[in-house]
Design a protein around this ligand. Sequence first.
Ligand code: C5P
Length: 315
Amino acid sequence: MTEAWRPDDDRPRRPSGPVRVRVPAKINLHLGVGPLRADGYHELTTVYHAIGLYDELTARPGDTLTLTMAGEGAGELVLDDSNLIIRAARALARRTGLPALARLHLRKHIPLAGGLAGGSADAAAALVACDALWGAGLSREELAEVAVELGSDVPFLVYGGTALGTGRGEIVSPVLVRPANWHWVVAAADGGLSTPEVYRELDRLRGAGAAPPPLGSTDPLLAALRQRDPGVLAQALGNDLQAAALSLRPDLADTLAAGVAAGALTGLVSGSGPSCVFLTRTSDAATRIAAALKESGTCRSAEAVQGPMAGARVA
Ligand code: C5P
């Protein structure tokens, strides 16, 4: 018997043109680092927040799997099979049983090794782009399952928004608060920091009794998000990796001080650094503080952005 044609057929269709996916950077509003586990990861309690700083990945049909790039860090990033974008495409092909064929092009804006999860964002973008190009039709949850093997932050970037991360960061659940628009300034530093090195430095500082006490529960942060008052949120932000990032890059203290001197409510190191992020009351204040930070000479660039933003999406 032949299968009947259904006018409401909702099976995914392959797009006729290129697929363009936009993916945001992330910051951590709360980054609580627990003990080192046997698998080499640290137990985390974090609140992720996607911000309006984007990479863009374009996927076109191809006879092989290739990757090219332009923008931030072009020439520094290795584009072979070790690249997280290629690994993401192959992981999706394995999951779906489809051939890993695509011409991928990355326009990079998120700084490399900056503590903004740029590499993880690109992996999330590759999952969403190849899913659309191949007509695979996986749900967000299914894409997030594939994302787990690619990196701790990748599942969050499939979802975006503001979300609680536990485990090594890969167990993600949305923070259910009435959406508010938060205004941030992101200051990029010269050079990057290696995430494993920053975690190792925190372990060393803790072993020597030289680290600040670990952040406690996320409850104050979640309550502050509910209050929707930037002044209250500023008091609740925290990052256990900040002491380690500052120990490896003492110059970041100047960046943090310059942002606060320019009128930011507070500043903190983003993730494992060296990018720093500042909370402001309004978008005008963010624009003004970004200009003052650039002027201060304490960072490579500074940009006013908003959050929360959606995760990797077909543009
Ligand atoms: O998961 P991802 O590949 O992004 O992690 C990079 C490195 O950061 C890990 O190899 C590990 O050294 C460190 N890390 C950690 N604990 C976590 C997440 C990352 O120690 N929860």
